[in-house]
Ligand binder design. Sequence first.
Ligand code: CA
Length: 519
Amino acid sequence: MADTKKYLIPVYGLALMACGNNVRERPNVIYVFPDQFRNCAMGFWADEEYSRYAGWLADPVHTPNLDRFADESLVLSNAVSTCPLSSPYRGMFLTGMYPERNGVTLNCMALRPESTLSPEAVCISDVFAEAGYSCGYIGKLHAETPMKNDPANPGHYVSDRNPEWDAYTPPERRHGFSYWYSYGTFDVHKNPHYWDTEGVRHDPHEFSVKHETDKAIEFLRNENGERDADAPFFLALAYNPPHSPYESPEDCMDEDYGLYRDMTLSELYVRPNADTTLSKAPAARYYFANVTGVDREFGRLLDELERLGLKENTIVVFTSDHGETMCSHGTLDPKNSIYTESFNVPFIIRYPGRIRHRVDPILLSTTDIMPTMLALAGLEDRIPETVEGRNLAPAVLGNGEDCDIPDAALYIRNLDGEKDADGIVHGIFPAARGIKTGRYTMEISITRDLKPERVLIFDDLKDPYQMNCIPYTEEPELFDGLCSVLERKLEEANDVWFREGILEKLMLGPGDTSGNGNR
Ligand code: CA
């Protein structure tokens, strides 16, 4: 087939090009997503071109490669991680479906066997593979429940940790990824391990970000048949840093730590909502060191892409599964909250000659990623019916008039459902739902007996650090309007809050005693 194509294009090139996308060479796609990399941890946000979209200060980080990449890319200022937690993010990114449909409702581990990527779900990689792409996955998967399927020790988990978190993914559950170099979840940054395409375990004893970038570069060079040389490729690269641990110089590279070692806490923490008296405060040094480590390796990947002549025809995305609160809002939980530091994620996309450099506040949600990426690669016709997100490719390409741009993004927080006598979790407790609009953030959380727990409303325009919660009882019109948007988003998502009428049952707001008919 490839030979025929090579022969045809020079002879009939013009006629074929006129036929449209079917014969146009498909772009490669590289999707890089370090874990827990917050949006403000990129140096370019300090520049006026970018900062006027953000409203908050950039962390004092050294990210020269991301800064250079941003200057060639579309930078989204308002992309969010719909359910800002490792596994639910991955389920949504891979399927374009909400957690209740793709199966990944909670962080995957052995006590939550129900939370696992449905083998039947059609993933982005299934579609790319079906369209002729070579698909590779490198790094942290964390979208499947651990099973007793250690290739080297059949009938056992991959380690003796109790409960088990790590996992091996056998070929029949790899969803179109024909090149594999991955693991479930494991948090020792300088002693990572992986199972390859054949199920052989590797323990390289080096910084995981460097090692995975080496593997990604091997995939690009294709010297050992990592991919089909005649086909376009889709490569997902899932670094674990700057995820915790970030407690000592052992958790990062010395060359990166040196940049932050002598900074005081007041120099490290520029956000006025950060409490530097928290025990976690010194973590910023190691967290930022790993931000810089990720930046350096990402830069090495971009350089190799260019050296190989692949830059022009490759779509490159840099994003993350969620952010990191890092002492903001007085919480020690780095994620799984609607606060900007957790919910807002980097989303930088480069497609030379097709996507114009700019900053854009498009409210991209996690379920929108799969249809948008497929459409950008010219595979709009192949977006499966199971996808629940929106194709925002027209907006990304700058043709917003061809596209219904979202006016709000949904937020989901689930916690464990009931636990049985063995500690096994059954179902979910849908602890909170919320929205972000162009201006406001609102979250409503509930108690286990379905009573209101807390309502958070922030004016992100006037209060970008979310330090002044607007009491919902004091701004009834605002609250009512935001509840209407939330109800619509819950319905669009066919969320359990919509199906069980939870928002109405809470009897919040000006209709406190007189019902909620106006919502
Ligand atoms: Ca994560």
